[in-house]
Design a protein around this ligand. Sequence first.
Ligand code: SPV
Ligand code: MN
Length: 625
Amino acid sequence: MHEYEISPEDQAKLAALNNPKVEKVVKDAIELMKPAKVMVFTDSLEEIQRFRQLAIDYQEEKRLKIDGHTIHYDGYHDQARDKAHTATLLPKGETLSRGLNVIEREQGLKEILSIMDGAMRNKVMVVRFFCLGPTHSRFAIPTLQITDSFYVGHSEDLLYRPGYEQFRQHLIDKNDFFYFWHSAGELDERNCTKNVDKRRIYIDPLEYRVFSVNNQYAGNSLACKKLALRLAIYRANHSDWLAEHMFLSAFYPLDRSRKTYFTGAYPSACGKTSTAMIPGATIVGDDIVYIREGKDGDMRAVNIEQGIFGIIKDVNPKDDPVIYKAITTPKEVIFSNVLTTDEGKVYWTGMGVDEYPTEGWNHAGKWKKGMKDSNGKEIPISHPNARFTVRIDELENIDEKLHDPEGAPVSGILYGGRDSDTTVPIAESLNWEHGVFIGATIESETTSATLGQEGVRKSSPMANMDFIIVPLGKYFKNHLKFGKKLKKCPKVFSTNYFLKDADGKYLNTKLDKKVWLLWAEGRVHGDYDGIETPIGVIPKYDDLRSLFAAVFDGRIYSKEEYNAQFSLKIDRYLAKYDRMEALFKDEPEMPDEFWNELERIRSQLHALKDNKGKSIILPEELQNN
Ligand code: SPV
Ligand code: MN
């Protein structure tokens, strides 16, 4: 029996739950990780405040100049999700799609439990309870988080609803919760994880639990986020609902006479947050939703979070006024991996100031402009994946449905990627099957911000690929089945904000997406006619012309711009479908609908090309087809 310190009050908090499974999970964690002390926290404001102070006392966070702001640093080699050392534990013989690691369950458990043995020696283990989704809701999943990181718990206080009361009042099935063991492992002099070579994140869906060790970056450590998303996807795909990597926002027409909820999935750096936060929208969430059928046969979505863990790079008053204001005024904000100065000011790449400091502290430790890392790479002022964490109710554009236990009624779904030469800026799918096909075939080009060659296309179905721990075919079938049973099925749109001309210049400005979103919102209500093409319904010139003029103060949207953006580049689309065929052809359990859609579009595009005798077709030439 491992000896440790625990106060009678904390013991009583556990006992009050009267839950043998919770007790066993906590006891087993203590026996394995051997903390010096165990602390248990409820949902009370005082305790949450105390927890926040402990993150500072244990020096995982430091106070900044502005009231409520703190800074946390992850280690230099712990700045993003570690896909290589994340694995799903499955019975022998079961595999996953496309590079998602699988380890035979018994072997994986043995490995990770041996790494976690004694991981909390001389440290404090904290026991926290959260709720994924609004409380008192059929969408909600309760969680038990065990960690030795006060930064992790503090971040989860901002990002998730409190869950202790759900357990205590027996609002949940006693055995039905996700649980997570996390240890940052041994820390160095900056309180960053020392042994990143022994970083492991193992997902055990058969027991709905996750083990994570030797890391601090939130995507690896905050189990309620992407680790729980993987478990939720497993559960949803063995049931009749969806767990998706999507934002959820309400869009409005120009006269603001109604509101229309949209979800949207975009790979990173493809405009997801800026779509969710488009000026005039109200936001429910920016990252993860659970989706179920509503009582009226509509599609209902909840944000499983209540905060935003957002990329801070390029957040400035011009491009992201709402977020910029929120994170530069007094309120509870955790910054991570940005530059801080002696006076407690913060700086990040693209924040829109005239002058940046030439020294301070950042993710590399003490920093000076021009400094290089061990690979000879210049260290920027802040890491490209540096982040801010803030509660959504601190934002000016919060939507009223954030905590609605029945979720928001969704009438539109957007899918987008970074595509310089093929996909039109916006098109509406012809039906649900086509919509699922659009989501399944999202591709995104790599940018200079990612490692490796620029402009390489990467496929990420529903922008969710990293988290789909069931076979892809099964996941698509679940999507198809879900939409088919709805009485009110949402419309699905493909978007692309990144088209370029032959000289590599963008064909649209960042703000043009406002027009595409207004058109999509209008289409949901039958406001606009469109032009039907094999790849979906595209907007008519006159409608876009009026929208551009209305949104941008009389800006003239020319026919030339329209033609360049909305011409159907048949050969490019055909090349895309060839890539998709090659990628999916060996995938087991693929639904027939996927191949039917691919063949339909392909043969229609061939017919169009033959009929017109050319491969780039202007929208006006498509009008009467
Ligand atoms: C993402 O990468 O999609 C994120 C950040 O939202 S992380 O927590 O790392 O997943
Ligand atoms: Mn995300």
